[in-house]
Design a protein around this ligand. Sequence first.
Ligand code: FCB
Length: 443
Amino acid sequence: MNNKASVSIDMEKLKDEPWHFPRDFLWGSATAAYQVEGHCTNNNWYRFESALDEQGRPRILNGQRAGICCDHWNLYKEDIKLMQALSLNAYRFSVEWSKIEPEQGKYDEAALDHYEDVVDELVKSGIEPMITLHHFTDPIWFEGQGAFLREDSPEIFAGFVAKVVRRLGAKVKLWGTINEPTVYAMQGYLKGHFPPALKAPDKVGIVLRNLLRAHTAAYQRIKEVAPAAQVGLVAAIVHYEPARRWHIIDVLAARAFNRSLNEMHLEYLVDGVFKFSIPGARQVVFDSGVREAFDFVGLNYYTRLFQGFRLFGDERYREVVKALPERLTDMRWEIYPEGLYRALKMIARYTSKPVYVTENGLADDSDTKRAAFIEDHLRVLNRAVGEGMNVKGYFYWSLLDNFEWAFGFTKRFGLYHVDFTTRERTLRAGGLKYPEIILKSRG
Ligand code: FCB
């Protein structure tokens, strides 16, 4: 379904609108363990750092390695102060499965102590924690078993989840189960940019299905252990438009991508039915028999893509960049704030349960686009909230510059600049726009 026609926003007019955000709105930033903590030596990405692609090039750009990264593992107290300095009242972060369960069934209590300390420090500082249980990385032992290709992967994952929630469930209300299942599945099993770097059209739908089953299994376990917990799936919504508007193949491909990689999340959450059908990959249909296994939707929104598809050849999925350079971030992602509104509208067609914008931000090393990006997206969000959409929080990606997966340290998303030799954090001028709006909206 394409609701684009019904959605058009005059960005100029938005500037005159009063702020509608409620007082208890969560204003946060987001990170993920492997991207900021450092000292991750037991997960599939650590192995990927030393792997080579088919041409013999390192898998991570420039052969970079996460190493001690931002050393958020040790510097989290300092980083929580940096959040306070920006008037933030929420923080979304992930716990690293490979640190907590280094061998299957063997838990490292010291790692759990660490995360409990982080939670305590946040709560003490007036910052609400939201924990992501799976953010792209898998323990090496789990990867060795086939990871989410396994039929029993949801139960394996839920065992880890139960352990974490038993420890932290009394202190943490908000839980995200799986971060961006479509990105994990597509990048790891179809496009080959994430581990295990497969181009396996017969497997991608299976992995995606099992990630969603893992969400449901996790949801059920969390509710057993901590009935008051609020649990959501974190979906990446990217609007797909045909690369060539006049070309039936691209039109159909974009439509299939929108259905199978966007609306699919909502259909699964609401009805328990999973349908994956994109050109060039094996179709997978599955009915979990479990409806409404979610309390909120986590929305990661960055951009739209112009999707092309070729019937033959190696590079069958081809994205075309159409925006002018001034509308592009360092990721070459188009700055498209209206898309945030479209994504929220799409979600609202399926459910009125709360939505958290769990990620939104940009890579902008020159810091020339950050302030306007933040302002425009928050203006759009303000419109949605003003229209009564049930949005309860916004998390900017990211607090700090960090390790951007296969791009290594080359993409800088931080409100704070990080010097990766000294670990020094410095607030960017563009980042100041965020607290400025938070404070204005609080009145
Ligand atoms: C999202 C990921 C996050 C970060 C941003 C830029 O897809 O969830 O870890 O890499 O993109």
